[in-house]
Design a protein around this ligand. Structure first.
Ligand code: MN
Ligand code: MN
Length: 285
């Protein structure tokens, strides 16, 4: 038997259940080939796992210990750098297997495009899926420099799949005029803050929900370790309150994306990401 300490280094804190016995399956998706500015999100999952030894497995916010939950950590997928289409296929296939085994997939990105692979798997099994998206960026471009698959287009690709009125965005403070104009007719976009999360929670209640957290939604003063930092973001506490407001929904899968540990000299961003992940795992279990 490995000691607790060794187990904590290899898996995310407290997530030591065997796959077959687990209800939730955590996996890393180390890929950042379409990152438009500073790459490095491919290193997030290994960094989150190793740094998670620094946080408690117990949440005083929810009075629950992650060690009491049946969560397995499947490690990292092998994704082909430079080939976004195939990387998405690998993510979709893996999430599909997890779902077909009756478990919930939880992805540590990686860049945000990977969310599209996970959502494809979930939407194929839950056609009435709703998606809640936290981000600094709208990610609604039809294409980015001619490429339809990019972390700047990911929510537009999700819309291709889900259609009008099913995507709820929060914290958005960056995008083109075209993206914002397009958004008004097709998705619900809350600019700058997480206000309205209660109404969103009510609106999606009863539907299967996917939650995607692009961690750059948090202000760069608290979360500098990301590829496209955008001033004027929400606080960790704002995000946590919003995420806990979604507790009790029928969550079919979720992810956290866009931590780029190399821009995080002091390690505070990785520590924050670990805490967000712990709280989400407990809240949506
Ligand atoms: Mn972003
Ligand atoms: Mn994003």
């Amino acid at each position: 038997m490995p000691s607790k300490l060794e187990a904590g280094v290899r898996t995310f804190a407290g997530c030591g259940a065997p796959y077959d016995e687990s209800e939730v399956v955590l996996f890393g998706a180390p890929f950042d080939s379409t990152t438009s500015y500073r790459p490095g999100a491919r290193f997030a999952s290994s960094s989150i796992r190793s740094e998670s030894i620094g946080i408690e497995t117990y949440s005083p916010y929810q009075m629950e210990d992650i060690e009491n939950l049946k969560i397995s950590d499947a490690g990292d997928l092998e994704l082909p750098f430079g080939n976004a289409g195939r990387a998405l296929d690998v993510v979709e296939t893996f999430c599909g297997k997890v779902l077909d085994d009756g478990k919930m997939p939880v992805m540590i990105g990686g860049e945000h495009l990977l969310t599209f692979g996970a959502v494809r798997a979930v939407a194929a099994r839950h056609p009435d899926l709703r998606l809640i998206h936290f981000d600094a960026h709208a990610d609604l471009r039809r294409d980015y420099m001619g490429e339809s698959l990019s972390h700047a287009t990911v929510m537009r690709r999700v819309w291709d799949l889900l259609g009008d009125g099913r995507i709820y965005q929060f914290g958005i403070r960056s995008g083109t005029r075209e993206e914002f104009d397009w958004a008004t007719a097709h998705v619900r976009t809350e600019l700058f803050t997480v206000r309205g999360i209660d109404g969103c929670s009510e609106a999606v209640s009863g539907y299967p929900v996917y939650i995607s957290v692009d961690l750059d939604v948090i202000d760069p003063s608290e979360f500098p370790g990301t590829g496209t930092p955008e001033a004027g973001g929400v606080s960790f506490k704002d995000l946590l309150d919003a995420l806990l407001c979604l507790k009790g929904l029928n969550v079919a899968g979720f992810d956290i994306c866009e931590l780029a540990p190399h821009y995080d000299v002091s390690g505070i961003s990785t520590a924050l990401a670990c805490k967000v992940l712990r709280e989400m795992l407990i809240a949506y279990y």
